[in-house]
Ligand binder design. Structure first.
Ligand code: FE2
Ligand code: FE2
Length: 223
């Protein structure tokens, strides 16, 4: 007959195992607390301003350099689009926006002056990529019925890029209390939004429709 362990020895074992469990859980809690403290101090450390650390002003300046580079490239890229554009209203819209782009370059120069910095562009791969894509679209579609639609397609990518960047930059200027700079950036932003709106109206008003005529003819020939 198997002997049952006594109740006394059972309770000693339970107490020992409870003791081990509670020691283990307090060790875990201590190590968790230590990890939390270490994490907190690391994050405080990383937020602490240091002379070598980049600031929001640096980001504003970086973005302005990007846009100064971008506007100059856009200004140089537009004539090719204008030459290829067929619809007179599209040609006119692009010519007007090229003139605005020229004035935006001057506005950015004023902004640099207000910051006490020399106007200087910084190579921006994002606008380079958008404009390169526009070039290759022009090669592929420039002599097709969808040529004007392709030009708007490319130009709207540029406008949306500009809108997102100027939107962020004007918010940085506002945050930094640079009201005059914010107003300049707001003025440019309004022009970019208006240019995008005009392109939208042209695309949806007539240009996409005209470009789709050939698709409709092909469809009816197939049926
Ligand atoms: Fe622009
Ligand atoms: Fe623009």
């Amino acid at each position: 007959m198997a002997t049952q362990p006594s109740t006394k020895s059972n309770s000693r074992k339970t107490a020992r195992s409870q003791g081990r469990a509670s020691a283990k859980s307090s060790r875990e809690q201590r190590s968790k607390r230590a990890q939390n403290v270490a994490r907190k101090s690391a994050s405080t450390e990383s937020k602490r301003p240091r002379s070598s650390q980049k600031t929001l002003s640096d980001l504003l300046e970086h973005g302005l350099k990007d846009m100064y580079y971008a506007e100059k490239k856009i200004y140089r890229a537009l004539p090719k689009m204008i030459r290829k554009a067929d619809h007179p209203e599209l040609k006119e819209a692009l010519e007007n926006h090229r003139a605005e782009t020229e004035s935006q370059i001057e506005t950015l120069e004023n902004v640099f002056e207000l910051l006490g910095k020399r106007a200087r562009g910084e190579k921006c791969e994002a606008i380079d990529g958008i404009l390169e894509e526009g070039e290759s679209l022009l090669e592929d579609f420039g002599d097709s019925v969808a040529s004007d639609a392709a030009i708007i397609f490319s130009c709207q990518a540029v406008e949306h890029y500009e809108i997102t960047r100027y939107g962020s930059l004007r918010a940085f200027a506002e945050e930094l209390g640079l009201e005059e700079i914010r107003d300049h950036l707001d003025a440019i932003l309004a022009q970019e939004k208006a240019a995008d709106g005009t392109l939208n109206e042209l695309a949806e008003g007539s240009i996409n429709d005209a470009a789709s005529e050939y698709d409709a003819e092909e469809e009816s020939a197939l049926s």
